[in-house]
Ligand binder design. Structure first.
Ligand code: AMP
Ligand code: ZN
Length: 481
């Protein structure tokens, strides 16, 4: 048996997954920088890691999942250049920075819930770990891998690269990096690739804390080294994020960890492909940008989740109207299948395709989370049922087993396929229209003086707490419990 195979960005190979502890998986996923509402890219990346977590749970592991919240230190240039994203937005909005952080964090989790993303066990914030960040920074300096200049502390990449590999994940050495990555020079650094562990803050910078090097704030990468090691240990199982984090963020996280502890945090590093919109890179400045709430309002959280998992997590994925509509149609046909299964039975045959379906689904998921093939196997099962009209041939008990199996496998992908919930959702969406339509039909019947029928409808509706108040213009609806 091959077991569960995952693509490890560290070795750039498919590897059989085996956690450090027997039945437990400890995983850290880099969280959002909470200066704005979440976008569709967040929806994709966190749906992917949620699917991984659900698959690990399906396989019997206890998963301990930590995701940080970046509320300080992430600069607009994504390196040591530019302004703090949180501070910049807070000043523009004339808001207290931590009030902005609180609101955007709430908005983030609200959207995640709509996508059926299970909340991590722990969501530590960078700004709540300044003493630990200072401690680790001191340790890295003591070990000779960082230096102070004018109240800022930089990681010494040249020194580090003599002892360890730098960069990682992207299959380049420093020379190639030079040709492929543009970086804004900061004159006080010894070397252009050095990065800040701690930055001096000018007095006008509100987010600042005292440190042995004066007032300042942490660099972006150090928070993840510190918080992942604090809560999961210096060595744990999985560390993930979007593909943009390979360099510099994850490269630098690992460099800091080796420089501080001699260990590199996780054994498996996973990266998700980016979301593009209508075939182009997502960008706020060009307007080619979609907030997650825009998508969930328009299509529903379940459709967005289906769209997200109906592509392999390492591939880039395109957000287009057609893609969303086809996701909605596909998902609806699964919901309809579930409703038909609920009504099925009466025969005596078994569902001879169910086991094969489970086997195919499991095989696909074990193959580096091939959710596309897993979903395909659900449709194969569905097609067999319709083509061979199993609905009438199987027993009620068999239909229920297939229903429960689909519910369970759908759950692994974060799809709630429960027919009752779906019906309730549809009803909720149109409830006002349905009641108004009933009222109008009943008013019409009354106008035609069919009082016996119109009174009967009024009485029946009253039993459900819906009162019709007759007047000359027609009736008014009132609710009474
Ligand atoms: P940020 O909020 O930019 O710090 O990013 C939080 C997480 O979302 C990181 O793992 C990013 O890699 C990921 N992410 C950001 N933009 C996208 C995108 N367009 N597509 C997929 N993932 C993204
Ligand atoms: Zn991180």
């Amino acid at each position: 048996m091959r077991g569960f195979v995952l693509y490890n960005s560290l070795t750039r190979r498919l590897e059989t997954f085996s956690p450090l502890r027997k039945n437990e998986v400890r995983m850290y996923v880099c969280g959002p920088t909470v200066y704005d509402y979440p976008h569709i890219g967040h929806g994709r990346t966190y749906s992917a890691f949620d699917t991984l977590k659900r698959w690990l749970a399906y396989k019997g592991y206890d998963v301990y999942h930590v995701m940080n919240i970046t509320d300080v230190g992430h600069l607009t240039g994504d390196t040591d250049y530019g302004e703090d994203k949180i501070l910049k937005r807070a000043l523009e909005k004339k808001m207290e920075p931590m009030v902005l952080v609180e609101r955007m964090t709430d908005a983030f989790f609200e959207q995640m819930e709509l996508l059926n993303v299970i909340k991590p066990d722990l969501t530590p914030r960078a700004s709540c770990h300044i003493p630990e960040i200072i401690e680790i920074t001191k340790k890295i300096m003591e070990n000779g891998y960082a230096y102070e200049v004018n109240g800022s502390v930089y990681f010494d990449v040249e020194k580090y690269a003599k002892d360890y590999t730098y960069p990682e994940f992207i299959g380049m050495d420093l020379e190639e990096l030079e040709k492929n990555y543009r970086i804004e020079p900061v004159p006080e650094k010894r070397n252009k690739w050095d990065f800040a562990l701690w930055k001096r803050a000018p007095p006008s910078h509100i987010l600042q804390w005292p440190s042995p090097w004066g007032y300042g704030f942490p660099g972006w990468h150090i928070e993840c080294t510190v918080m992942s090691a604090k809560y999961l240990g210096e060595e744990f199982d999985i560390h993930g994020g979007g593909e943009d984090l390979k360099f510099p963020h994850h490269t630098d996280e690992r460099a800091q960890a080796f420089a501080a502890f001699g260990k590199g945090l996780a054994r498996y590093w996973l990266h998700t492909g980016f979301v593009r919109i209508n075939g182009e890179k997502m960008s706020k400045s060009t307007g080619n940008f979609v907030y997650l709430h825009e998508a969930t309002e328009r299509y529903g959280g379940d459709v967005v989740r289906f769209w997200a998992v109906n592509s392999h997590y390492r591939r880039q994925i395109d957000y287009t109207e057609e893609a969303m509509e086809s996701a909605r149609n596909a998902l609806d046909s699964l919901y309809i299948f579930m409703q038909d299964l609920e009504e099925a039975g009466g025969g005596s045959e078994k569902d001879m395709y169910r086991e094969e379906f489970v086997r195919k689904f499991e095989e696909a998921m074990d193959n580096d989370l091939d959710t596309v093939t897993a979903i395909k196997s659900m449709f194969e099962l569905r097609n067999k049922w319709y083509n061979e009209n199993l609905f009438e041939r199987v027993s009620e008990e068999e239909a229920k087993k297939t229903y429960d199996t689909l519910l369970r496998m759908g759950g692994v992908l974060g799809l709630g396929l429960d027919a009752k919930t779906y019906r309730r959702k549809v009803l909720e969406r149109y409830q006002d229209e349905i009641i108004k339509m009933l009222r109008d039909i009943r008013d019409e019947i009354r106008k035609r003086k069919l009082y016996e029928v119109s009174d009967e409808i009024r009485e029946r509706l009253k039993e459900f707490g819906i009162e019709l108040m007759d007047s000359r213009e027609g009736s008014r609806i009132r609710f009474r419990r």
